[in-house]
Design a protein around this ligand. Sequence first.
Ligand code: UGA
Length: 425
Amino acid sequence: MRISVIGGGYVGLVSAVCFAELGHSVDLVEIDRAKCDAINAGHPPIYENGLEELLSAHAGKNLHAYVEYDHIKYSDIIFICVGTPQGPDGHPDLSNIISSSESIGRALRDTDDTRYHVVVVKSTVPPGTTEKQVIPSVLRQSGKKNDKIGFAVNPEFLREGMAVWDFMNPDRIVIGCRENRVGDLVEAAYSGIKAPVIRTGIAAAEMIKYASNAFLATKISYANEIGNICKKLGIDVYEVMRAVGRDSRIGPAFLNAGTGFGGSCLPKDVSALIALAEDLGENPVLLKSVMHINKLQPLRLIDLLIKRVGDLDGKKISVLGLSFKENTDDVRESRSVVVIKELISRGARVSAYDPRANQSMKRILPEVDYCSSASESLTDADACLVMTEWPEFAHLDKEFDLMKSRVIIEGRRILSCKDREGICW
Ligand code: UGA
């Protein structure tokens, strides 16, 4: 099968590489020339577990990247994987969706009429976007009728850091479409992957993505709220959730209490769902509480820190972990950003270390001292905050002796040494 993927970001590049691994011939459209060249040379412009190996195996063979849309006219299926970042009012910014739909339509204008294409929205978009914006735009620009172009929504459930594994081992594949022949073609793109396929309507598939991310976010804020209560009672919330999660109606995943959820997806998608609900005249109190807990949670670390070391003015605070979670260099919506800004506003000096994310954080917070190891960051520090559960932090112990005293506060549960205090354990 010949497949095009529009957008060479996390979702687009991982999908393109995995479709190539499944044996398809893949054309990736990435309008940024530097990224496009890097992809063709077999070097992923982002860090993602297992991606480089697969890209170098397929680049220049059955995977080619282009800055233009011309090649998509040879494709059976075109996956839209462009970003839908959060706009100023909580609604997602759909400008990339609109421009890529128009470009797809223009590129399909001259294909001969014996060809049938399916355009699939993989980007996370509010329910109604594909029906109201993508389909009319592609059809208008292409000058074709919907007997020549089919449409589907196929949301992604890829976790950063685990995206390649998640693509190849999904819990389910959701395909929203109007016609069986469209669903059959999209399903064929995944042949070789063992997973239940769920066929739905187009808008329902769009909603499934929001509802899934909102539920994951809800589990995290729930664990954090219980954790905050447990902390006051001297109970370890991890001991509690280990047993709570064994109830098959609840499940063990996403009950890890800490500083809350960051990243480019959960905060953005819950905000978008709130904005959508309010547009419809609903007051989504549960979702608002989920966001409210998440906003306050990282600041609890600052309260704990002040209790331990007093006024932060002039104190040296070591921050270990900058990425929003382990195994990525992504710092978008990272809890470390909120915490470091608060530390700086209170006059603290911040020395930070992350195995991969020093450079990405430097672009946002240049005033921090970035260190090349945990030991360097800890030397002479008045206190340490652990912000990301990087595996290499698990065995830190004697390194904390480099501090003025062992004031160690964990925002994520990862350490095993003595003298550590958890945000809610
Ligand atoms: C999330 C979803 O998990 C994916 O299924 C989805 O496809 C993706 O968003 C997306 O919409 O594209 P991701 O943002 O990569 O994936 O990260 P998660 O693994 O979900 O973690 C999000 C945040 O929650 C991280 O800051 C993590 O540290 C935090 N978290 C996660 C907790 O605080 N506790 C937990 O138990 C789990």
